[in-house]
Ligand binder design. Structure first.
Ligand SMILES: *Cc1c(COP(=O)(O)O)cnc(C)c1O
Length: 403
């Protein structure tokens, strides 16, 4: 048995069975590249769902990580730390919110936002006890906790996990009229991904985010934007909402916030919202620990100094153009924002899901790692540090496989 097959067999024997990974066993990463246990090199076209936006083993991240680990990694919020203060200030400056709260995973940021919005609904909007409602979008992905699972409209994610949380009302993504109709006097918030990532990088109709903002202002409802994947440069903006000049009341961040080395997430809001979380009402053991805080500050400083948002926007736009004019066989749509691009396979092809999986396999054989979602949509999201030459390499692999 090959080394790779041996590792896969061990994982299969001892792991929970809720994953189906491509049969490649990775053991090293540097920049945009990954290597498997046999030493084969790949371009990372996934960046771990944007957790690794800065690439693997970024020298500044590794240095800040090791220095801080040697200095102070973890204390609880029973005490203050120098690093937490500096990270909070950096986040506030970078994103333009008065306050933020650090937690760990993206799902936990969503969970926190749900709690925050409900509490705001009772304290500020005087919604009757336990009646608060949150409007969510069909085909959303907000993570895997019970709260996020309760928001989901995807049967696979919900089945046999009940009883789920009440109080969520789904409407179609991008449909402002449906949204208006779903509002009741008990609505405290509208929760949305400004671009629906896991659903297949679904772009909102232009102007929709602005219309949601206006509706929220008009009806005294909080706008909650899950920018866990779209934020910090992936879509070409600090926050995708900013591309339409929209400031949500609450923003969720995660994934790349930890520099690809730690799980770190955050909820951002101005004081008039955040302050409903009063003393002792929320918390997390690892939330805002010194090591995580140090990572956050380094990430934001790299994104700013290396102008990664602008780079993602510009490179993404020219890449999108190139992909569209490449006329890839079996592809019906190419879309995205920044270095976050979906290649949609024709789902009227016979056995399109098998065909898509086979293409993912062929791309890997040619040295490009990607992954399908919803059976027929390939996602391309390389690290934002990718060079134009490396992007050309990606394009030529795609052309070879889709001829
Ligand atoms: C990945 C993701 C999450 C969940 O993040 P985890 O760190 O896996 O819990 C939530 N929302 C969006 C939009 C995501 O893409």
């Amino acid at each position: 048995m090959s080394t790779a097959a041996a590792y896969i067999a061990i994982e299969d024997r001892f792991g929970a069975r809720c994953y189906r990974s491509t049969p490649i066993v990775l053991s090293r990463g540097e920049g945009v590249y990954l290597w498997d246990v046999q030493g084969k090199r790949y371009i990372d076209g996934m960046s771990a769902y944007s957790a690794v936006n800065l690439g693997h083993a970024h020298p500044r991240i590794v240095e800040a990580l090791t220095n801080q680990a040697n200095t102070l990694s973890m204390i609880s919020r029973a005490y203050h730390s120098d690093q937490l203060a500096l990270a909070l200030e950096a986040v506030s400056r970078f994103f333009g919110y008065e306050r933020s709260l650090f937690i760990n995973s993206g799902a936990e940021a969503v969970e926190t936002s749900i709690k925050l919005a409900r509490r705001w609904g009772y304290v500020k909007k005087h919604i009757p006890h336990d009646q608060a409602e949150i409007i969510v979008m069909a085909n959303n992905f907000h993570g895997r906790t019970l709260g996020a699972t309760s928001c989901s409209t995807h049967a696979l994610y919900r089945e046999n996990f009940g009883p789920l949380l009440p109080g969520f009302r789904p409407v179609p993504f991008g449909d402002i009229d449906a949204l208006k109709q779903a509002i009741t006097p008990h609505t405290c918030a509208i929760l949305l991904e400004p671009i629906q990532g896991e659903a297949g990088i679904i772009m909102p109709p232009y102007g929709w985010l602005k219309a949601v903002r206006a509706l929220c202002d008009d009806q005294n409802i909080l706008m909650l934007a899950d920018e866990v994947q779209s934020g910090i440069g992936r879509s070409g903006h600090r926050l995708f909402c900013q591309s339409e000049g929209v400031k949500p009341d609450v923003v969720m961040l995660g994934k790349s916030l930890g520099g690809g080395v730690l799980p770190v997430s955050a909820v951002l809001a101005d004081s008039h919202v955040m302050d409903v979380l009063t003393l002792g009402s929320h918390g997390s053991t690892f939330g805002g620990n010194p090591l995580a805080s140090r990572m956050v500050r380094e990430v934001l400083s790299i994104v700013e100094e290396d102008q990664l948002c602008q780079k993602s926007l510009n490179l993404g736009a020219s890449w999108l153009e190139a992909l569209r004019s490449a006329n890839l066989r079996g592809v019906v749509d190419v879309r995205g924002s920044g270095l976050w691009i979906a290649i949609e396979i024709d789902s009227s092809l016979p056995q399109f899901a098998d065909w898509t999986r086979q293409k993912v396999q062929e791309l890997a054989e040619h040295g490009l790692l990607t992954k399908e979602t919803r059976g027929h949509i390939l996602r391309l999201a390389p690290p934002l540090i990718i060079s134009p030459q490396q992007l050309d390499e990606v394009l030529s692999i795609l052309k070879k496989v889709f001829t």
